[in-house]
Design a protein around this ligand. Structure first.
Ligand SMILES: Nc1nc2c(ncn2[C@@H]2O[C@H](COP(=O)(O)OP(=O)(O)OP(=O)(O)O)[C@@H](O)[C@H]2O)c(=O)[nH]1
Ligand SMILES: [Mg+2]
Length: 297
């Protein structure tokens, strides 16, 4: 009685959707940061047990503030993710339910079971406040279940997985048991670099930043194991952003490169040489051709 199904993870920005996906998969597939709107693409994370295969779909955080073409592409990614799945996880933050969460509530499908995931329960000052929060949410939708978790510590993740498994149809696995994602190594590498830029520049860098891989070659290595030579360009909208990214004497860019390399080497199980460039392309987030050429569709 093996079960297999797709599970969409949705919610407003920054509630911990990608952290949750990585927790399910057991490896960093989707990038995370304190900054809202870190995830831009629909990305699959696959977890296979003896009894089930869960195909999780991470999505960009739904928000209504920005309206660029890039954001339209992100909204489409959310709508597509919710269509045709076995179950939806609506992620909120323990103790917080605002207008942006309300907006996601309106998007919930009527014909698909939805589990309300109350994340960041570890961060609650007063654990007793969880019960009234749960009670307030209970009447807002016909939830299949309400589960408080911590994606960060892993607390109650097994309970959540159990609730999800009940909702999956009996079906053979869609992916190989060892597969963790549908995305290419090239894509994941560009994301690891984007994460380090997000983390290093925090709120200083506006959303108009993206990363393009120019070269990704695996070279025969003398020692055991793989060796990859990677060159990537970080694209920003203004020359001021370029200066910020490079930093005094190139220090910032070096730091981004060395942090990214650690993650990339872990991901690829390889030694890597990583070369980073920065280029300015004004207004790309509103240019249909450029948005598409950078991999957003
Ligand atoms: N304390 C605590 N922090 C968490 C937890 N889960 C995620 N975070 C933090 O919350 C921040 C946002 O996490 P993400 O996983 O990037 O959130 P997201 O919902 O994917 O965000 P977007 O992709 O921007 O929509 C990061 O700083 C995480 O470390 C949790 O269970 N507890
Ligand atoms: Mg995310």
């Amino acid at each position: 009685m093996f079960r297999t199904g797709m599970v969409a993870i949705i919610g407003r920005p920054n509630v911990g959707k990608s952290t949750l996906l990585n927790r399910f998969v057991g490896q960093k597939i989707s990038i995370t940061s304190r900054k809202a709107q870190t995830t831009r693409h629909r990305i699959l994370g696959i977890a296979t047990t003896a009894t089930a295969q869960f195909v999780f779909v991470d999505t960009p955080g739904f928000q209504t503030r920005h309206k660029s073409l890039l954001h339209k592409s992100m909204h489409r990614a959310i709508r597509d993710a919710v269509a045709g799945v076995s179950c939806v996880l609506f992620v909120v933050e323990a103790g917080r339910f605002g207008p942006e969460d309300q907006a996601v509530l309106q998007l919930l499908p009527g014909d698909t079971p939805v589990i309300l995931v109350i994340n960041k329960s570890d961060a609650l000052d007063d654990k007793r406040s969880l019960l009234p929060f749960l009670q307030a949410r209970a009447g807002e939708h016909a939830w299949a279940a309400l589960v408080p978790v911590s994606a960060k510590t892993g607390s109650q993740i097994d309970d959540l997985t159990g609730e999800i498994e009940k909702l999956l149809p009996v079906a053979p696995a869609l992916f190989d048991a060892n597969d963790l994602t549908d995305r290419s190594e090239r894509f994941l590498v560009s994301e690891m670099i984007r994460e380090k830029v997000f983390r290093q520049l925090g709120d200083e860098l506006p959303y108009g930043m993206t990363v393009v891989i120019d070269r990704f070659v695996e070279e025969p290595s003398l020692a055991d194991g793989r060796f990859c030579r990677i060159a990537a360009t970080i694209i920003v909208e203004r020359s001021g952003h370029k200066a910020m990214l490079i930093g005094a004497n190139g220090g910032k860019l070096k730091l981004i490169g060395s942090e990214a390399r650690v993650d990339i080497e872990r991901l690829l199980q390889a030694r890597c040489h990583l070369e980073l460039w920065v280029k300015v392309k004004s207004g790309w987030a509103d240019s249909a051709a450029l948005v598409k050429s950078f991999g957003y569709d």
